[in-house]
Design a binder for this molecule. Structure first.
Ligand SMILES: CC(C)(COP(=O)(O)OP(=O)(O)OC[C@H]1O[C@@H](n2cnc3c(N)ncnc32)[C@H](O)[C@@H]1OP(=O)(O)O)[C@@H](O)C(=O)NCCC(=O)NCCS
Length: 200
């Protein structure tokens, strides 16, 4: 796949045969990104974002736009450690779901993760089957370094987080080394059993 997340069926204007173009976000997309995320946040499916947060982190985002230029999907890659990134803020409008848009967004983010030299990426999610389809596997939350949990301090669910942690390994050897290193900086609120399982 090319940098723009398109494939061999790409038309001249960059939109593939489904009419959807997946590309890096621009500042002019920020309002539609915030709107999309907050639509699903209102259903408790993801955390809300204000427009300022989206502006600040716009370089992390990719978007899917339809042929009218409407943003119908978004996702972001946040760098968490020298070898670890998080796929976050993934959302596809109901009207565009089930057409491979979520997959294309994640694939473009993974392309970026590989180019940056990340060993592994993770997601905290309620959408386990979707991420499994993309090769992610479930892991105990305790494996991640403490920095991962900084955002959670503001989350209303911080004491009863029911999201599932999933990772996709890009480099086996460096991820195995990462597990051991992250354990030294890991989340104090999670049981030792989880930690032992994570690094075994
Ligand atoms: C989860 C979400 C991003 C998926 O986007 P999508 O564009 O509908 O997904 P895709 O069409 O790319 O699906 C990719 C694969 O995952 C599968 N899949 C997607 N959602 C699924 C689900 N809920 N259960 C089982 N399989 C699912 C698809 O069948 C497809 O499989 P295939 O490649 O074998 O055909 C979208 O449903 C969404 O935005 N949901 C609401 C917000 C949300 O929960 N975001 C996630 C926050 S981490």
């Amino acid at each position: 796949m090319s940098k723009s997340g398109t494939d061999s069926s790409t038309r001249r204007n960059g939109h593939n045969r489904t009419g959807i173009l997946v590309r890096k976000a621009r500042l002019r997309d920020a309002e539609q990104i915030a709107h999309l995320i907050n639509h699903f946040a209102a259903q408790g499916l993801m955390l809300p974002k204000n427009i300022l947060e989206v502006y600040e982190h716009i370089r992390e985002y990719v978007v899917a736009e339809d042929e009218t230029g409407q943003v119908v999907g978004c996702g972001a890659l946040r760098l968490m450690w020298h070898d670890l990134g998080e796929i976050r803020s993934l959302a596809v409008a109901e009207t565009a779901q089930g057409r491979g848009v979520g997959r294309r967004i994640v694939e473009l983010l993974l392309e970026e993760a590989r180019e940056l030299g990340l060993a592994c990426v993770f997601a905290l999610t309620y959408q386990v089957p979707f991420f499994e389809k993309l090769g992610f596997r479930v892991v105990p939350k305790a494996i991640f370094p403490q920095k991962v949990w900084l955002d959670c301090q503001l989350c209303p669910k911080r004491l009863c987080c029911d999201e599932t942690a999933m990772i996709l390994v890009l480099d086996e050897e460096r991820t195995a080394a990462g597990f051991k290193e992250w354990a030294r900086f890991s989340f104090e609120g999670v049981g030792a059993g989880d930690k032992a399982e994570a690094v075994a």
